[in-house]
Design a protein around this ligand. Structure first.
Ligand code: ZN
Ligand code: ZN
Length: 120
């Protein structure tokens, strides 16, 4: 019960921080911005859906550590970049772990150090 409460508290804090950041950010390319916005929405949706916990290890984590893994790599199928069902919400450790493993079903993502939004 405490854990869930903690997650929600962090969640609120994250929104506060990101709203400050949003105001500061310079307008970049409109299309890029929209895509980022959609991606961010998807992320937060997943984050809320999972109660702020990693899908892999089940541990709660701060939104700042939130990482999205694309089950089917974006390089493989760019059309799935924003599809929620193609996203897995992972903590940093698990995301690194997923990419470290040599032969998962979709092994075409070759990056050794995954970026925050993997595959993008
Ligand atoms: Zn994890
Ligand atoms: Zn990934």
């Amino acid at each position: 019960m405490m854990q869930v409460y903690k997650c929600f508290k962090l969640f609120g804090l994250y929104f506060y921080i990101s709203s400050i950041r949003m105001k500061r950010r310079r307008p970049i390319d409109e299309k890029m911005r929209n895509q980022r916005k959609v991606l961010h929405k998807r992320k937060m949706l997943l984050y809320r859906k999972n109660g702020g916990c990693c899908e892999f290890c089940g541990k709660p984590f701060a939104p700042s550590a939130l990482e999205i893994h694309h089950i089917i790599g974006v390089t493989e199928n760019p059309g799935l970049a924003l599809v929620a069902s193609n996203m897995a919400l992972l903590c940093h450790e698990c995301h690194a772990e997923v990419h470290r493993k040599p032969s998962p079903p979709h092994a075409s993502e070759q990056e050794q150090s995954p970026s925050r939004e993997c595959g993008s």
